[in-house]
Design a protein around this ligand. Structure first.
Ligand SMILES: Cc1cc2nc3c(=O)[nH]c(=O)nc-3n(C[C@H](O)[C@H](O)[C@H](O)COP(=O)(O)OP(=O)(O)OC[C@H]3O[C@@H](n4cnc5c(N)ncnc54)[C@H](O)[C@@H]3O)c2cc1C
Length: 426
């Protein structure tokens, strides 16, 4: 089974983007973009609109990377709260905080401006606290964002219970800047408008090698055709391979698994997430959930590190579903799927420019819908202007994680340990 093959979220319309297909002939362009997820496509859109010739290539089809498989939660912010970013990044801190605050806006703004055919609900995201310690952190997060003008609110246990219909939370935090989208519709629509802006998009075309010759990059691809370009953007994120030496080893790729229930009966649908907020809980191994526009509960969380073999590999999510919603004990699970999430050791996305004309981005930390949309835009602006200040993060050298090959074993052990701790705190 390959990534995601348990179903691109099939309750969402499986849209085929007309015009894609393998790269049949060699081309020479201004910009080659590897990876047709949110980041690559948003960069392609902006570069094409600025008059650059653009060739995007992806080894798979549109939506078969994380951008079509994700939970559809559009959440602003980074792993760290504003005050931590300010103290850690010094003079670059304020720009980074502004960027972090704006990532959800960049998705909803783009969908609205371009009139994209993407189901959207912007009613906020609840970070639900399962312990008093988690609630203290939520209080602190709320203070830091609210003092910067963000529309956020601390929630009591009763408020979280009323808004989620779920068991077991002592309170939480509502961030009204956030919302949900249909992820597959979003990536498909991005491909459509990038193509309409003039970007060429080839799918089923793996970039195999990058060579620099006469101040141009030559991308050798799996079809035998090449792309010659002045600039290359590598937007392969958690699916990075050996294309840029060392890049894949800067990431710990994790699997995020999801399940979708049958549509909820009306009475339950009115009780569970009546306001359609997105939710993540505060457990070490968290679960996240939302209701789809057609009334299913979609719940996700970490899954096994190796490729799943059967439906039993999603059982932990079904247990979480029953813990939160005992009324759903008998509901049928109609879809199971998974995708890859790229984590970095410092929990921040990394931008690299290892050679002239080459820029690579990786590490979405599972919060890449807003982040990768905003980064795609920032990378395009940076390429067009040459101004490093267009990038929210400083460029950094590619630093492979030591003993990377063993890292996954460590992560698997840590996940097991964290699950045990979470179970004790129930
Ligand atoms: C199950 C799951 C749930 C998630 N839930 C959420 C959520 O609710 N909210 C949120 O904000 N984030 C979520 N994320 C994270 C989010 O989906 C990603 O951060 C985001 O989609 C990454 O976009 P991207 O463009 O950087 O990469 P991707 O969309 O992964 O695109 C990278 C592309 O590069 C291609 N590629 C790789 N190597 C090559 C090569 N050599 N040649 C050609 N093509 C190549 C791949 O085929 C892939 O299509 C989730 C992720 C997963 C997997």
């Amino acid at each position: 089974m390959s990534d995601g093959s348990f179903g691109l979220s099939a309750w969402q319309t499986r849209r085929t983007f007309i015009g894609t297909g393998p790269l049949a002939e060699s081309v020479a362009v201004d910009m080659a973009i590897i990876g047709a997820g949110y980041c690559g496509l948003v960069a392609a859109l902006h570069l094409a609109r600025a008059g650059r010739s653009v060739q995007v290539i992806d080894g798979k089809e549109i939506g078969e990377g994380a951008s079509g498989l994700n939970g559809g939660q559009v959440i602003p912010g980074l792993k760290y709260d504003p005050e931590t970013l300010l103290s850690r990044f010094g003079t670059a801190g304020p720009r980074l905080v502004d960027f972090a605050a704006s990532t959800a806006d960049s998705v909803f703004g783009l969908i609205e401006r371009e009139g994209l055919d993407v189901p959207v609900v912007r009613n906020g995201w609840i970070q639900a606290a399962h312990t008093e310690t988690a609630l203290r952190l939520a209080r602190e997060r709320d203070r830091q964002w609210r003092s910067r003008g963000a529309d956020t609110q601390l929630l009591s246990a009763a408020e979280v219970a009323a808004m989620t219909g779920a068991n077991g939370y002592v309170g939480g935090w509502l961030d009204r800047r956030a919302g949900t989208i249909d992820p597959l519709a979003y990536v498909t629509e991005l491909a459509r408008i990038a193509a309409e802006a003039g970007a060429r998009i080839a799918t089923g075309t793996q970039a195999l090698r990058l060579e620099r010759r006469n101040e141009r990059w030559i991308v050798q691809t799996s079809t035998g055709a090449t792309v010659t370009a002045r600039h290359v953007v590598v937007a392969t994120n958690a699916y990075s391979d050996g294309l840029v030496p060392g890049l894949a080893r800067t990431l710990v790729p994790l699997h995020s698994f999801q399940v979708a229930t049958a549509p909820l009966l009306r009475e339950l649908g009115e009780k569970i997430l009546p306001g359609q907020q997105a939710v993540s809980d505060s457990r070490r191994i968290l679960v996240y959930y939302r209701k789809s526009p057609d009334g299913r509960l979609i719940l996700g969380g970490r899954g096994r590190m190796s490729v799943p073999r059967s439906a039993a590999d999603w059982k932990h999510l079904e247990r979480a579903l029953r813990r939160l919603y005992p009324d759903l004990a008998d509901i049928s699970i109609e879809r199971r799927w998974f995708g890859r999430v790229g984590m970095t050791p410092d929990h921040l996305p990394h931008l690299h420019a290892p050679e002239a004309g080459l820029i690579a981005v990786a590490g979405c930390q599972g919060r890449g819908v807003g982040l990768m949309t905003a980064l795609g835009q920032a990378i395009a602006r940076h390429i067009l202007s040459g101004d490093p200040d267009e990038l929210p993060f400083p460029l950094s050298p590619i630093r492979p994680i030591p003993f990377h090959a063993f890292r996954q074993i460590g992560v698997a052990a840590a996940i097991l340990w964290y699950r045990t701790l979470d179970a004790f705190e129930k």
